[in-house]
Design a protein around this ligand. Sequence first.
Ligand code: TEU
Ligand code: CA
Length: 584
Amino acid sequence: MQPGVDPADISSDPESASDRAPKWWQSTSIYQIYPRSFADSNGDGIGDLEGIISRLDYLADLGVGAIWVSPFFTSPQRDVGYDVADYRNVSPEYGTIDDAQRLIDEAHARGLRVLFDLVLNHTSDQHLWFVESRSSRTNPKADWYVWADARTDRLGRHRPPNNWRSELQVERAWRWCPEREQYFLASFLDFQPDLNWRNPAVRAEMFDMVRMWLGRGVDGFRLDIFGSIMQDAALRNNPPLPTVVAGLPRLQRPVHTLNTTENFELAADLREVCDEFGPGERVLLGEVFGDEDTLARYVQVGDRPGLHVVFLFEFLHASYSAKRYRSLIERFERRFPAPQQPTYVVENHDRARSMSRLGGDERKARVLATLMLTLRGIPVIFQGQEVGMTNKYIPLREAVDPIPRVFRRILHEPLNRRLPERLNRDEVRVPMQWSDEPGVGFTDPDVTPWLRYGDDAATHNVSVQNEDPASLLNLYRELYHLRREYPAIAHGSLELVPVDGGDEVIAYRRGDPDQPEAGNVLVVCNLGDTGAAHRVEAGAAMLVRTDDSVALVQGLNDERWLNLPPHSAAVLSGSVLGGAPHRR
Ligand code: TEU
Ligand code: CA
Protein backbone atom coordinates (compact mmCIF):
# COMPACT_ATOMS: atom_id res chain seq x y z
CA MET A 1 0.00 0.00 0.00
CA GLN A 2 1.38 3.40 -0.94
CA PRO A 3 1.55 5.63 2.12
CA GLY A 4 -1.21 8.20 2.22
CA VAL A 5 -1.95 8.22 -1.49
CA ASP A 6 -4.68 5.74 -2.20
CA PRO A 7 -8.16 7.30 -1.97
CA ALA A 8 -9.49 3.93 -0.82
CA ASP A 9 -7.06 4.09 2.08
CA ILE A 10 -8.69 7.29 3.30
CA SER A 11 -12.09 5.69 3.77
CA SER A 12 -10.71 2.45 5.18
CA ASP A 13 -11.56 1.40 8.71
CA PRO A 14 -8.58 2.28 10.91
CA GLU A 15 -9.26 -0.68 13.22
CA SER A 16 -8.74 -3.15 10.39
CA ALA A 17 -5.32 -1.81 9.47
CA SER A 18 -2.44 -3.81 10.86
CA ASP A 19 -0.75 -2.26 13.88
CA ARG A 20 2.59 -2.39 12.18
CA ALA A 21 1.46 -0.45 9.13
CA PRO A 22 2.58 3.16 9.31
CA LYS A 23 -0.20 5.67 9.80
CA TRP A 24 -0.78 7.85 6.78
CA TRP A 25 0.64 10.94 8.44
CA GLN A 26 3.95 9.23 9.25
CA SER A 27 4.88 9.19 5.59
CA THR A 28 2.97 12.15 4.25
CA SER A 29 4.21 15.48 2.94
CA ILE A 30 2.39 18.75 3.52
CA TYR A 31 1.73 21.66 1.17
CA GLN A 32 0.65 24.90 2.84
CA ILE A 33 -2.06 26.89 1.09
CA TYR A 34 -2.58 30.53 2.01
CA PRO A 35 -6.15 30.90 0.69
CA ARG A 36 -6.15 34.63 0.08
CA SER A 37 -3.17 34.30 -2.27
CA PHE A 38 -3.66 30.91 -3.90
CA ALA A 39 -6.28 31.19 -6.65
CA ASP A 40 -9.14 33.62 -7.25
CA SER A 41 -12.12 31.97 -8.94
CA ASN A 42 -14.54 34.90 -9.13
CA GLY A 43 -12.41 37.87 -10.12
CA ASP A 44 -12.50 39.92 -6.91
CA GLY A 45 -8.72 39.82 -6.51
CA ILE A 46 -8.97 37.55 -3.46
CA GLY A 47 -8.18 33.86 -3.49
CA ASP A 48 -11.02 31.57 -2.41
CA LEU A 49 -12.03 27.98 -1.67
CA GLU A 50 -13.33 27.41 -5.19
CA GLY A 51 -9.92 28.54 -6.43
CA ILE A 52 -8.23 25.95 -4.23
CA ILE A 53 -10.58 23.23 -5.49
CA SER A 54 -9.73 24.17 -9.08
CA ARG A 55 -6.02 23.59 -8.36
CA LEU A 56 -6.29 20.27 -6.54
CA ASP A 57 -5.38 18.37 -9.70
CA TYR A 58 -2.15 20.35 -9.82
CA LEU A 59 -1.34 19.37 -6.23
CA ALA A 60 -2.21 15.72 -6.73
CA ASP A 61 -0.03 15.66 -9.84
CA LEU A 62 2.81 17.40 -7.98
CA GLY A 63 2.62 14.47 -5.61
CA VAL A 64 2.09 16.03 -2.17
CA GLY A 65 0.31 13.92 0.43
CA ALA A 66 -1.67 16.54 2.31
CA ILE A 67 -2.72 20.16 2.16
CA TRP A 68 -2.75 22.50 5.14
CA VAL A 69 -5.10 25.38 4.51
CA SER A 70 -4.48 28.59 6.49
CA PRO A 71 -7.64 30.01 8.13
CA PHE A 72 -10.61 30.84 5.90
CA PHE A 73 -13.15 31.08 8.72
CA THR A 74 -15.36 34.10 9.34
CA SER A 75 -13.03 36.95 10.21
CA PRO A 76 -12.58 40.70 9.82
CA GLN A 77 -9.21 39.71 8.28
CA ARG A 78 -7.15 42.13 10.30
CA ASP A 79 -4.55 39.35 10.60
CA VAL A 80 -5.60 37.70 7.34
CA GLY A 81 -7.83 35.14 9.05
CA TYR A 82 -5.74 34.48 12.15
CA ASP A 83 -8.39 36.57 13.90
CA VAL A 84 -11.43 34.33 13.85
CA ALA A 85 -14.95 35.66 14.47
CA ASP A 86 -16.78 32.35 13.90
CA TYR A 87 -14.92 29.03 13.90
CA ARG A 88 -17.84 27.14 12.41
CA ASN A 89 -18.32 29.27 9.34
CA VAL A 90 -16.52 30.55 6.27
CA SER A 91 -15.63 34.18 5.52
CA PRO A 92 -17.83 35.28 2.58
CA GLU A 93 -14.95 36.28 0.31
CA TYR A 94 -13.66 32.70 0.53
CA GLY A 95 -17.00 30.96 -0.04
CA THR A 96 -19.52 29.05 2.03
CA ILE A 97 -19.56 26.16 4.44
CA ASP A 98 -20.60 23.97 1.51
CA ASP A 99 -17.46 25.02 -0.36
CA ALA A 100 -15.40 23.97 2.68
CA GLN A 101 -17.11 20.59 2.61
CA ARG A 102 -16.49 20.29 -1.10
CA LEU A 103 -12.84 21.15 -0.59
CA ILE A 104 -12.52 18.26 1.88
CA ASP A 105 -14.38 15.82 -0.38
CA GLU A 106 -12.66 16.84 -3.61
CA ALA A 107 -9.24 16.61 -1.98
CA HIS A 108 -10.07 13.13 -0.65
CA ALA A 109 -11.28 12.06 -4.07
CA ARG A 110 -7.75 12.80 -5.33
CA GLY A 111 -6.00 10.98 -2.49
CA LEU A 112 -5.03 14.19 -0.72
CA ARG A 113 -5.37 14.57 3.03
CA VAL A 114 -6.69 17.85 4.43
CA LEU A 115 -5.50 19.81 7.46
CA PHE A 116 -7.29 22.94 8.57
CA ASP A 117 -5.76 25.64 10.72
CA LEU A 118 -7.00 26.11 14.29
CA VAL A 119 -6.41 29.37 16.10
CA LEU A 120 -7.22 28.26 19.63
CA ASN A 121 -5.24 30.86 21.54
CA HIS A 122 -7.30 33.90 20.63
CA THR A 123 -10.31 35.11 18.70
CA SER A 124 -10.92 38.35 16.86
CA ASP A 125 -12.07 41.19 19.11
CA GLN A 126 -15.13 41.22 16.86
CA HIS A 127 -16.09 37.68 17.80
CA LEU A 128 -19.51 37.91 19.51
CA TRP A 129 -18.03 36.13 22.54
CA PHE A 130 -15.60 38.97 23.07
CA VAL A 131 -18.15 41.69 22.28
CA GLU A 132 -20.25 40.23 25.07
CA SER A 133 -17.35 39.50 27.38
CA ARG A 134 -16.02 43.04 27.26
CA SER A 135 -19.44 44.63 27.86
CA SER A 136 -19.50 44.10 31.64
CA ARG A 137 -17.99 42.07 34.46
CA THR A 138 -21.20 40.10 34.96
CA ASN A 139 -22.39 39.00 31.50
CA PRO A 140 -22.64 35.26 30.71
CA LYS A 141 -19.36 35.38 28.72
CA ALA A 142 -17.57 37.56 31.29
CA ASP A 143 -15.09 34.78 32.06
CA TRP A 144 -14.46 33.58 28.47
CA TYR A 145 -11.31 35.65 28.07
CA VAL A 146 -8.36 36.34 30.37
CA TRP A 147 -9.33 39.39 32.42
CA ALA A 148 -7.39 40.88 35.32
CA ASP A 149 -7.60 43.93 37.54
CA ALA A 150 -5.06 46.70 37.29
CA ARG A 151 -2.28 47.03 39.79
CA THR A 152 -1.94 50.38 41.47
CA ASP A 153 1.55 51.81 41.70
CA ARG A 154 2.92 53.97 44.52
CA LEU A 155 1.55 57.11 42.90
CA GLY A 156 -1.90 55.57 42.70
CA ARG A 157 -1.75 55.09 38.93
CA HIS A 158 -3.24 52.10 37.15
CA ARG A 159 -0.62 49.65 35.92
CA PRO A 160 -1.00 46.38 33.98
CA PRO A 161 -1.35 43.27 36.20
CA ASN A 162 2.22 42.08 35.51
CA ASN A 163 5.19 42.46 33.17
CA TRP A 164 4.12 40.07 30.40
CA ARG A 165 4.94 41.25 26.88
CA SER A 166 3.19 40.43 23.65
CA GLU A 167 4.81 38.25 20.98
CA LEU A 168 6.34 41.29 19.29
CA GLN A 169 7.95 42.35 22.59
CA VAL A 170 7.51 46.07 21.95
CA GLU A 171 4.17 46.12 23.78
CA ARG A 172 2.60 44.78 26.94
CA ALA A 173 0.38 41.74 26.51
CA TRP A 174 -2.30 43.49 28.62
CA ARG A 175 -4.81 45.87 26.99
CA TRP A 176 -7.12 48.20 28.87
CA CYS A 177 -10.89 47.88 28.54
CA PRO A 178 -12.75 51.00 29.73
CA GLU A 179 -16.14 49.26 29.96
CA ARG A 180 -14.90 46.75 32.50
CA GLU A 181 -12.11 48.89 33.89
CA GLN A 182 -9.93 45.83 33.61
CA TYR A 183 -7.16 44.53 31.42
CA PHE A 184 -7.52 41.65 29.00
CA LEU A 185 -4.67 39.50 27.79
CA ALA A 186 -3.69 39.59 24.10
CA SER A 187 -0.53 37.52 23.59
CA PHE A 188 -0.25 38.43 19.94
CA LEU A 189 -1.84 41.69 18.70
CA ASP A 190 -4.28 43.92 20.55
CA PHE A 191 -7.29 42.88 18.45
CA GLN A 192 -6.66 39.18 19.26
CA PRO A 193 -7.83 38.64 22.86
CA ASP A 194 -6.69 35.36 24.46
CA LEU A 195 -9.46 32.89 25.30
CA ASN A 196 -9.67 31.67 28.88
CA TRP A 197 -9.05 27.93 28.53
CA ARG A 198 -9.45 27.46 32.29
CA ASN A 199 -13.15 28.07 31.79
CA PRO A 200 -14.81 24.64 31.22
CA ALA A 201 -17.41 26.29 28.96
CA VAL A 202 -14.67 27.57 26.63
CA ARG A 203 -13.00 24.17 26.48
CA ALA A 204 -16.30 22.42 25.80
CA GLU A 205 -17.23 24.83 23.03
CA MET A 206 -13.81 24.68 21.36
CA PHE A 207 -13.60 20.89 21.55
CA ASP A 208 -17.09 20.65 20.07
CA MET A 209 -16.02 22.88 17.20
CA VAL A 210 -13.04 20.58 16.64
CA ARG A 211 -15.43 17.61 16.56
CA MET A 212 -17.61 19.41 14.05
CA TRP A 213 -14.75 19.72 11.54
CA LEU A 214 -13.52 16.19 12.24
CA GLY A 215 -17.06 15.00 11.61
CA ARG A 216 -16.96 16.77 8.27
CA GLY A 217 -13.90 14.71 7.40
CA VAL A 218 -10.82 16.85 7.93
CA ASP A 219 -7.76 14.71 8.57
CA GLY A 220 -6.31 17.00 11.19
CA PHE A 221 -5.20 20.46 12.16
CA ARG A 222 -2.26 22.77 12.21
CA LEU A 223 -2.40 24.44 15.63
CA ASP A 224 -1.59 28.14 15.71
CA ILE A 225 0.74 29.36 18.53
CA PHE A 226 -0.25 26.34 20.60
CA GLY A 227 2.38 26.98 23.28
CA SER A 228 0.87 30.36 24.18
CA ILE A 229 -2.59 29.13 25.19
CA MET A 230 -2.16 28.53 28.93
CA GLN A 231 -0.36 31.13 31.03
CA ASP A 232 0.47 31.01 34.71
CA ALA A 233 -2.77 31.12 36.69
CA ALA A 234 -1.17 33.26 39.41
CA LEU A 235 0.00 35.79 36.77
CA ARG A 236 3.58 35.75 38.06
CA ASN A 237 6.07 38.06 36.35
CA ASN A 238 8.42 36.65 33.75
CA PRO A 239 12.09 37.08 34.68
CA PRO A 240 13.37 40.07 32.69
CA LEU A 241 16.25 38.23 31.04
CA PRO A 242 16.85 38.78 27.34
CA THR A 243 16.68 35.53 25.43
CA VAL A 244 16.08 34.19 21.94
CA VAL A 245 13.24 31.84 21.01
CA ALA A 246 13.22 30.38 17.48
CA GLY A 247 15.68 33.00 16.29
CA LEU A 248 13.60 35.93 17.58
CA PRO A 249 14.76 38.22 20.38
CA ARG A 250 12.77 38.42 23.60
CA LEU A 251 13.16 40.80 26.49
CA GLN A 252 12.19 38.28 29.12
CA ARG A 253 12.32 34.55 29.63
CA PRO A 254 8.74 33.51 28.91
CA VAL A 255 8.61 30.89 31.68
CA HIS A 256 5.09 31.82 32.77
CA THR A 257 3.64 32.55 29.35
CA LEU A 258 5.08 29.99 26.93
CA ASN A 259 5.21 26.17 27.02
CA THR A 260 3.71 25.89 30.51
CA THR A 261 2.83 22.48 31.97
CA GLU A 262 -0.81 23.16 31.26
CA ASN A 263 -0.06 23.66 27.56
CA PHE A 264 1.40 20.15 27.40
CA GLU A 265 -1.68 18.78 29.18
CA LEU A 266 -3.91 20.57 26.70
CA ALA A 267 -2.07 18.81 23.88
CA ALA A 268 -2.96 15.45 25.41
CA ASP A 269 -6.59 16.52 25.96
CA LEU A 270 -6.93 17.63 22.35
CA ARG A 271 -5.38 14.35 21.22
CA GLU A 272 -8.16 12.51 23.05
CA VAL A 273 -10.75 14.47 21.10
CA CYS A 274 -9.05 13.52 17.82
CA ASP A 275 -8.74 9.89 18.82
CA GLU A 276 -12.52 9.74 19.19
CA PHE A 277 -12.40 9.59 15.39
CA GLY A 278 -10.07 6.58 15.21
CA PRO A 279 -6.82 6.30 17.15
CA GLY A 280 -3.95 7.96 15.35
CA GLU A 281 -5.99 8.68 12.23
CA ARG A 282 -6.52 12.42 12.62
CA VAL A 283 -3.35 14.34 13.08
CA LEU A 284 -2.35 17.35 15.19
CA LEU A 285 0.55 19.48 13.99
CA GLY A 286 1.68 22.04 16.53
CA GLU A 287 3.13 25.45 15.86
CA VAL A 288 5.21 25.54 19.02
CA PHE A 289 8.48 27.26 19.72
CA GLY A 290 11.30 26.21 22.00
CA ASP A 291 14.29 23.89 22.21
CA GLU A 292 13.75 20.33 21.02
CA ASP A 293 13.36 18.92 24.54
CA THR A 294 10.46 21.31 25.04
CA LEU A 295 9.00 20.47 21.65
CA ALA A 296 9.20 16.76 22.39
CA ARG A 297 7.08 17.30 25.52
CA TYR A 298 4.15 18.22 23.28
CA VAL A 299 4.39 14.85 21.55
CA GLN A 300 4.71 12.67 24.64
CA VAL A 301 2.98 14.24 27.64
CA GLY A 302 4.13 12.08 30.55
CA ASP A 303 2.39 8.79 29.81
CA ARG A 304 -0.23 10.37 27.53
CA PRO A 305 0.13 10.81 23.79
CA GLY A 306 0.03 14.47 22.77
CA LEU A 307 0.37 16.19 19.42
CA HIS A 308 1.39 13.82 16.64
CA VAL A 309 3.97 16.20 15.20
CA VAL A 310 5.45 19.62 15.83
CA PHE A 311 7.07 21.96 13.35
CA LEU A 312 10.84 22.08 13.47
CA PHE A 313 11.54 25.66 12.44
CA GLU A 314 15.33 25.55 12.67
CA PHE A 315 15.80 25.29 8.90
CA LEU A 316 13.80 28.53 8.56
CA HIS A 317 16.63 30.56 9.98
CA ALA A 318 19.65 28.24 9.80
CA SER A 319 22.39 29.42 7.49
CA TYR A 320 22.96 27.24 4.43
CA SER A 321 25.87 25.06 5.56
CA ALA A 322 26.56 21.34 5.59
CA LYS A 323 27.88 21.51 9.12
CA ARG A 324 24.86 23.38 10.43
CA TYR A 325 22.35 21.20 8.61
CA ARG A 326 24.08 17.98 9.65
CA SER A 327 24.02 18.91 13.30
CA LEU A 328 20.32 19.81 13.06
CA ILE A 329 19.53 16.49 11.42
CA GLU A 330 21.49 14.62 14.11
CA ARG A 331 19.71 16.46 16.89
CA PHE A 332 16.24 15.91 15.49
CA GLU A 333 16.94 12.26 14.64
CA ARG A 334 17.87 11.72 18.26
CA ARG A 335 14.92 13.67 19.67
CA PHE A 336 12.18 12.38 17.34
CA PRO A 337 12.98 8.70 16.72
CA ALA A 338 10.52 6.56 14.74
CA PRO A 339 7.56 6.26 14.95
CA GLN A 340 7.81 9.99 15.70
CA GLN A 341 8.51 12.17 12.71
CA PRO A 342 10.64 15.30 12.39
CA THR A 343 8.62 17.92 10.55
CA TYR A 344 10.89 20.19 8.59
CA VAL A 345 9.95 23.65 7.33
CA VAL A 346 11.99 26.07 5.26
CA GLU A 347 9.22 28.53 4.38
CA ASN A 348 5.84 29.62 5.61
CA HIS A 349 3.54 32.64 5.45
CA ASP A 350 5.38 34.37 8.32
CA ARG A 351 9.03 34.24 7.35
CA ALA A 352 11.31 34.89 4.39
CA ARG A 353 11.14 32.92 1.16
CA SER A 354 14.02 30.42 1.10
CA MET A 355 15.04 31.46 -2.42
CA SER A 356 15.65 34.97 -1.08
CA ARG A 357 17.53 33.71 1.96
CA LEU A 358 19.74 31.72 -0.42
CA GLY A 359 20.56 34.90 -2.34
CA GLY A 360 18.53 33.78 -5.34
CA ASP A 361 20.93 30.90 -6.03
CA GLU A 362 18.71 28.25 -7.56
CA ARG A 363 21.39 25.57 -7.19
CA LYS A 364 21.11 25.96 -3.44
CA ALA A 365 17.31 25.87 -3.58
CA ARG A 366 17.61 22.53 -5.41
CA VAL A 367 19.92 21.11 -2.76
CA LEU A 368 17.53 22.25 -0.05
CA ALA A 369 14.55 20.70 -1.88
CA THR A 370 16.44 17.40 -2.16
CA LEU A 371 17.25 17.44 1.53
CA MET A 372 13.75 18.33 2.67
CA LEU A 373 12.06 15.73 0.52
CA THR A 374 14.43 12.87 1.29
CA LEU A 375 15.13 13.30 5.00
CA ARG A 376 13.18 11.13 7.40
CA GLY A 377 10.02 12.91 8.44
CA ILE A 378 7.33 15.14 7.05
CA PRO A 379 8.38 17.94 4.71
CA VAL A 380 6.15 21.02 4.79
CA ILE A 381 6.38 23.42 1.88
CA PHE A 382 4.69 26.76 1.34
CA GLN A 383 2.81 27.54 -1.86
CA GLY A 384 5.18 28.92 -4.48
CA GLN A 385 8.27 27.38 -2.88
CA GLU A 386 8.17 24.73 -5.61
CA VAL A 387 8.67 27.38 -8.31
CA GLY A 388 11.21 29.34 -6.27
CA MET A 389 9.12 32.44 -5.56
CA THR A 390 11.15 35.20 -3.88
CA ASN A 391 10.26 37.95 -1.38
CA LYS A 392 8.47 40.92 -2.91
CA TYR A 393 9.36 44.32 -1.50
CA ILE A 394 6.19 46.05 -0.34
CA PRO A 395 6.55 49.58 1.00
CA LEU A 396 5.47 50.04 4.58
CA ARG A 397 2.77 52.52 3.64
CA GLU A 398 1.06 49.77 1.65
CA ALA A 399 1.39 47.07 4.27
CA VAL A 400 -1.69 44.94 4.83
CA ASP A 401 -0.01 42.86 7.52
CA PRO A 402 -0.88 44.35 10.94
CA ILE A 403 2.62 43.83 12.34
CA PRO A 404 4.27 46.73 10.45
CA ARG A 405 1.54 49.00 11.77
CA VAL A 406 2.45 48.15 15.33
CA PHE A 407 6.00 49.21 14.57
CA ARG A 408 4.77 52.38 12.90
CA ARG A 409 2.67 53.22 15.94
CA ILE A 410 5.20 52.33 18.63
CA LEU A 411 8.53 53.08 17.05
CA HIS A 412 7.39 55.77 14.58
CA GLU A 413 9.15 53.93 11.79
CA PRO A 414 9.43 56.07 8.66
CA LEU A 415 7.12 54.82 5.92
CA ASN A 416 9.89 54.21 3.45
CA ARG A 417 11.97 52.00 5.70
CA ARG A 418 12.16 48.35 4.85
CA LEU A 419 11.48 46.25 7.91
CA PRO A 420 13.07 42.81 8.24
CA GLU A 421 10.83 40.48 6.27
CA ARG A 422 9.45 38.73 9.33
CA LEU A 423 8.04 42.09 10.37
CA ASN A 424 6.37 42.76 7.05
CA ARG A 425 5.00 39.38 6.26
CA ASP A 426 3.28 40.71 3.11
CA GLU A 427 6.57 40.08 1.36
CA VAL A 428 5.99 36.33 1.28
CA ARG A 429 2.22 36.50 0.84
CA VAL A 430 1.92 37.86 -2.69
CA PRO A 431 -0.30 35.92 -5.14
CA MET A 432 0.75 32.42 -6.20
CA GLN A 433 2.36 32.55 -9.62
CA TRP A 434 0.57 30.16 -11.93
CA SER A 435 1.65 31.70 -15.24
CA ASP A 436 3.46 34.61 -16.86
CA GLU A 437 0.24 36.16 -18.14
CA PRO A 438 -1.23 39.37 -16.72
CA GLY A 439 -2.94 38.33 -13.50
CA VAL A 440 -0.21 35.63 -13.11
CA GLY A 441 -2.95 33.03 -13.47
CA PHE A 442 -4.09 34.01 -9.97
CA THR A 443 -6.94 36.26 -11.09
CA ASP A 444 -8.36 38.01 -14.17
CA PRO A 445 -5.88 40.26 -16.01
CA ASP A 446 -7.81 43.48 -15.34
CA VAL A 447 -8.38 42.85 -11.64
CA THR A 448 -6.31 44.47 -8.87
CA PRO A 449 -5.12 41.69 -6.56
CA TRP A 450 -5.37 42.16 -2.78
CA LEU A 451 -1.57 42.27 -2.65
CA ARG A 452 0.85 43.26 -5.44
CA TYR A 453 2.28 40.65 -7.76
CA GLY A 454 5.84 39.43 -7.34
CA ASP A 455 8.64 40.70 -9.59
CA ASP A 456 9.70 37.23 -10.64
CA ALA A 457 6.36 36.03 -12.06
CA ALA A 458 7.69 35.84 -15.63
CA THR A 459 10.01 32.96 -14.78
CA HIS A 460 9.02 31.64 -11.37
CA ASN A 461 5.61 30.33 -12.27
CA VAL A 462 3.92 26.99 -12.72
CA SER A 463 3.11 27.00 -16.43
CA VAL A 464 6.55 28.06 -17.64
CA GLN A 465 8.30 25.62 -15.30
CA ASN A 466 5.92 22.81 -16.24
CA GLU A 467 7.25 22.96 -19.78
CA ASP A 468 10.90 22.87 -18.72
CA PRO A 469 12.08 19.39 -17.68
CA ALA A 470 15.03 20.93 -15.82
CA SER A 471 12.93 23.39 -13.78
CA LEU A 472 12.79 23.58 -9.99
CA LEU A 473 9.11 22.62 -10.18
CA ASN A 474 9.94 19.42 -12.04
CA LEU A 475 12.65 18.61 -9.51
CA TYR A 476 10.06 18.93 -6.74
CA ARG A 477 7.67 16.75 -8.71
CA GLU A 478 10.34 14.08 -9.26
CA LEU A 479 11.24 14.07 -5.59
CA TYR A 480 7.62 13.83 -4.43
CA HIS A 481 7.03 10.89 -6.75
CA LEU A 482 10.22 9.25 -5.59
CA ARG A 483 8.93 9.45 -2.00
CA ARG A 484 5.86 7.56 -3.14
CA GLU A 485 7.83 4.89 -4.97
CA TYR A 486 10.40 4.22 -2.30
CA PRO A 487 9.18 3.25 1.20
CA ALA A 488 12.79 3.81 2.28
CA ILE A 489 12.29 7.53 1.68
CA ALA A 490 8.68 7.77 2.78
CA HIS A 491 9.11 6.08 6.15
CA GLY A 492 12.41 4.21 6.30
CA SER A 493 15.28 4.66 8.71
CA LEU A 494 17.95 7.32 8.32
CA GLU A 495 21.64 6.85 8.85
CA LEU A 496 24.10 9.66 8.30
CA VAL A 497 27.13 8.45 6.38
CA PRO A 498 30.25 9.73 8.08
CA VAL A 499 32.13 12.44 6.21
CA ASP A 500 35.29 14.34 7.10
CA GLY A 501 34.75 16.98 9.77
CA GLY A 502 34.28 20.35 8.15
CA ASP A 503 33.34 18.79 4.85
CA GLU A 504 30.71 20.46 2.75
CA VAL A 505 29.02 17.17 1.90
CA ILE A 506 26.02 15.65 3.65
CA ALA A 507 25.34 12.00 2.88
CA TYR A 508 22.77 9.66 4.36
CA ARG A 509 21.25 6.32 3.70
CA ARG A 510 17.55 5.63 3.95
CA GLY A 511 16.64 2.01 4.70
CA ASP A 512 13.54 0.17 3.60
CA PRO A 513 11.67 -0.88 6.74
CA ASP A 514 10.27 -4.00 5.06
CA GLN A 515 13.38 -5.14 3.21
CA PRO A 516 16.34 -3.97 5.29
CA GLU A 517 18.77 -5.71 2.94
CA ALA A 518 17.41 -4.25 -0.25
CA GLY A 519 15.98 -1.07 -1.62
CA ASN A 520 18.30 1.29 0.22
CA VAL A 521 18.50 4.83 -0.98
CA LEU A 522 21.54 7.04 -0.72
CA VAL A 523 21.34 10.84 -0.74
CA VAL A 524 24.45 12.94 -1.25
CA CYS A 525 24.39 16.74 -1.17
CA ASN A 526 27.35 18.97 -1.87
CA LEU A 527 26.86 22.36 -0.22
CA GLY A 528 30.35 23.53 -1.04
CA ASP A 529 31.69 26.02 -3.58
CA THR A 530 33.99 23.36 -5.03
CA GLY A 531 33.21 20.01 -6.61
CA ALA A 532 33.21 16.79 -4.59
CA ALA A 533 33.28 13.11 -5.40
CA HIS A 534 31.81 10.25 -3.42
CA ARG A 535 32.51 6.52 -3.83
CA VAL A 536 29.38 4.41 -4.26
CA GLU A 537 28.77 0.67 -4.63
CA ALA A 538 28.88 -1.00 -8.01
CA GLY A 539 25.12 -1.45 -8.29
CA ALA A 540 24.22 2.14 -7.42
CA ALA A 541 21.93 3.85 -9.90
CA MET A 542 20.97 7.48 -10.24
CA LEU A 543 17.36 8.18 -9.28
CA VAL A 544 17.25 11.98 -9.15
CA ARG A 545 19.93 14.63 -9.60
CA THR A 546 19.65 18.37 -9.21
CA ASP A 547 21.29 19.05 -12.56
CA ASP A 548 22.77 17.31 -15.59
CA SER A 549 26.37 17.70 -14.51
CA VAL A 550 25.89 15.40 -11.51
CA ALA A 551 27.25 12.09 -12.82
CA LEU A 552 28.15 8.55 -11.92
CA VAL A 553 31.51 7.64 -13.38
CA GLN A 554 33.57 4.49 -13.54
CA GLY A 555 36.86 4.68 -11.65
CA LEU A 556 39.80 2.25 -11.46
CA ASN A 557 39.37 -1.22 -9.91
CA ASP A 558 35.63 -1.39 -10.55
CA GLU A 559 35.06 1.62 -8.34
CA ARG A 560 32.15 3.85 -9.06
CA TRP A 561 32.20 7.53 -8.22
CA LEU A 562 29.50 10.11 -7.84
CA ASN A 563 30.73 13.46 -9.13
CA LEU A 564 29.01 16.45 -7.58
CA PRO A 565 29.64 19.98 -8.85
CA PRO A 566 29.30 22.85 -6.34
CA HIS A 567 25.81 23.07 -4.80
CA SER A 568 24.34 19.93 -6.23
CA ALA A 569 22.73 16.76 -4.94
CA ALA A 570 21.83 13.27 -6.03
CA VAL A 571 19.55 10.51 -4.87
CA LEU A 572 20.72 7.00 -5.71
CA SER A 573 19.51 3.50 -5.18
CA GLY A 574 22.05 1.29 -3.48
CA SER A 575 24.37 2.34 -0.68
CA VAL A 576 27.75 3.83 -0.11
CA LEU A 577 30.87 1.68 0.23
CA GLY A 578 32.13 3.64 3.17
CA GLY A 579 34.94 6.13 3.50
CA ALA A 580 34.75 9.85 3.38
CA PRO A 581 33.99 11.70 0.17
CA HIS A 582 37.09 12.92 -1.59
CA ARG A 583 37.63 16.48 -2.70
CA ARG A 584 38.30 16.91 -6.38
O1 TEU B 1 2.34 32.96 14.13
C1 TEU B 1 2.93 32.97 15.38
C2 TEU B 1 4.33 33.50 15.44
O2 TEU B 1 4.87 33.57 16.50
C3 TEU B 1 5.06 33.97 14.25
O3 TEU B 1 5.63 33.16 13.38
C4 TEU B 1 4.95 35.42 13.97
O4 TEU B 1 4.28 35.68 12.79
C5 TEU B 1 6.33 36.04 13.88
O5 TEU B 1 6.94 35.81 15.10
C6 TEU B 1 6.24 37.51 13.63
O6 TEU B 1 7.52 38.00 13.40
C7 TEU B 1 1.03 32.49 14.01
C8 TEU B 1 0.60 32.61 12.56
O7 TEU B 1 1.42 31.79 11.78
C9 TEU B 1 0.62 34.05 12.17
O8 TEU B 1 0.34 34.23 10.80
C10 TEU B 1 -0.39 34.78 13.02
O9 TEU B 1 -0.33 36.16 12.75
C11 TEU B 1 -0.13 34.54 14.51
O10 TEU B 1 0.11 33.19 14.82
C12 TEU B 1 -1.33 34.99 15.32
O11 TEU B 1 -2.39 34.12 15.13
CA1 CA C 1 -12.21 35.48 -5.09
